[in-house]
Design a binder for this molecule. Structure first.
Ligand code: ATP
Ligand code: MG
Length: 267
């Protein structure tokens, strides 16, 4: 896909490349218009977190990997933004953890479902659940098309990974007694608050790191994985994430102006 060139030395080069990618996938029908706004909200929190994976997120990844590896029916729920930003890594994660992949859209349309399925298959997915009539089951407590799920996937899952999910659906999944793993840059979102394990990080960085963590923990005994999960507290983890933002803002507030224009010849 052709992307507009972004000068590599631009201070926000990576973030702009990601944005450009989303715009391209919006044009090709993978990403919904509302997905662009959702990304903007995430970006703002990434800015506040310093645009890097923090130790807190790495700890949450261990708990997430332990939950996926010990699950009976782990499912990775994929929407347009997740597919556009991390298709290959999500497919790798499914392979490493034995999870199924299901398309789950807030704004369902059969064209978008098919476009996402095609993208996931191009990235190596052998099976993609939740597309078309396959999403024949419903989850209680949420309205209209948003409640449709695959009876072989999310409906029977004990652990569901929801990168970039909406709060209503996260709440419904938790009420159905599923362990929910969220990837969400906003520790204040309802999804982040309701989930069993919240990884407060950008999906672009979090999924490859989660694959590595799952590969490492995949060699461990079940007992060790159970302990990692039992010792994890999402309440504590969210406190750490909110504190990170708090501390960073306090430090920057001390400085006031913390970026200056470099003189000619300076690096
Ligand atoms: P909630 O419904 O959970 O309260 P919300 O309504 O504020 O959240 P939604 O649009 O429903 O937001 O969900 C999108 C979520 O995904 C936001 O919390 C946003 O911070 C997060 N997000 C967007 N882009 C990324 C990204 N690249 N990586 C991680 N998180 C992201
Ligand atoms: Mg929402």
């Amino acid at each position: 896909m052709k992307e507009t060139p972004i000068p590599p030395r631009h201070p926000r080069a990576e973030s702009l490349q990601v944005r450009e990618r989303l715009v391209q996938y919006f044009k090709s029908g993978v990403v919904a218009d509302a997905g662009l706004f959702a990304h903007g909200r995430g970006e703002a929190f990434d800015y506040l977190l310093g645009e890097r994976t923090r130790r807190n997120a790495l700890k949450a990844m261990k708990a997430a990997a332990a939950a996926l590896l010990t699950a009976k029916h782990p499912v990775i729920s994929v929407n347009g933004n997740a597919a556009a930003l991390a298709a290959k890594d999500l497919v790798n994660l499914a392979q490493v953890t034995g999870a199924k992949i299901e398309v789950n859209l807030f704004y369902r349309s059969s064209e978008r479902e098919r476009a996402i399925k095609a993208l996931l298959e191009k990235a190596g997915a052998k099976q993609v659940l939740g597309v078309g009539t396959a999403a024949s089951a419903t989850i209680p407590e949420i309205g209209s098309e948003r409640r449709r799920v695959d009876p072989e996937g999310v409906l029977v899952a004990d652990v569901v990974l929801v990168p970039l999910e909406d709060g209503d659906r996260t709440e419904a999944l938790v009420r159905m007694a599923k362990k929910v793993i969220a990837i969400d840059l906003n520790p204040l979102s309802r999804t982040a608050q309701f989930a069993t394990v919240t990884i407060v990080d950008n999906i672009v960085r979090a999924v490859p790191a989660l694959v590595k963590t799952a590969e490492e923990l995949g060699k461990e005994e079940q007992g060790k994985l159970d302990t990692i999960l039992a010792n994890f507290s999402n309440k504590r983890s969210l406190t750490e994430a909110i504190n990170l933002i708090n501390q960073r803002l306090s430090e920057l507030a001390q400085k006031g102006r913390y970026i200056s224009i470099s003189q000619k010849g300076e690096k």
